[in-house]
Write a protein that binds this ligand. Structure first.
Ligand SMILES: [Zn+2]
Length: 124
């Protein structure tokens, strides 16, 4: 999935607007906890795999899931907002997603791919 420049710009704008965004607790009031186990791999540089867990502070997190590429020289990113919010609204306990970067890195198009596994719990 390759994103055009416009899509990347939209992503960047959205990131800048994080403070104005709707709160996650407003969009999915039942949500109690949420964490994302994120893995980023690069088929061209297998030694540069990145894995980390991101714990979302549900009480004050924006309803946005835009993750920048971990290559600092790359302008790309991953917008999982729609996927994550859709799953949370259905109160799914675990769900996952995957996205190719498609941004512009230093040496040409970025080949990195990000995938995540989300774990969520819900209250009343
Ligand atoms: Zn990238």
């Amino acid at each position: 999935m390759r994103k055009d420049v416009e899509a990347v710009q939209r992503t960047t704008e959205r990131r800048n607007n994080e403070d104005d965004a709707e709160r996650l607790s407003e969009v999915v009031p039942q949500l109690a906890t949420l964490s994302l186990q994120i893995e980023e791999t690069d088929p061209e540089n297998p030694n540069e795999d990145v894995a980390y867990v991101r714990h979302i502070v549900v009480g004050r997190a924006p309803a946005l899931f835009v993750l920048p590429c971990t290559d600092r020289k790359c302008d790309g990113g991953h917008d999982f907002t729609k996927l994550v919010l859709g799953a949370l609204k259905k109160q799914q306990a675990t769900f996952e997603g995957q996205d190719a970067c498609g941004g512009q890195a230093k040496e040409g198009p970025c080949s990195r791919e990000m995938s995540f596994v989300a774990s969520a719990t819900y209250g009343d």
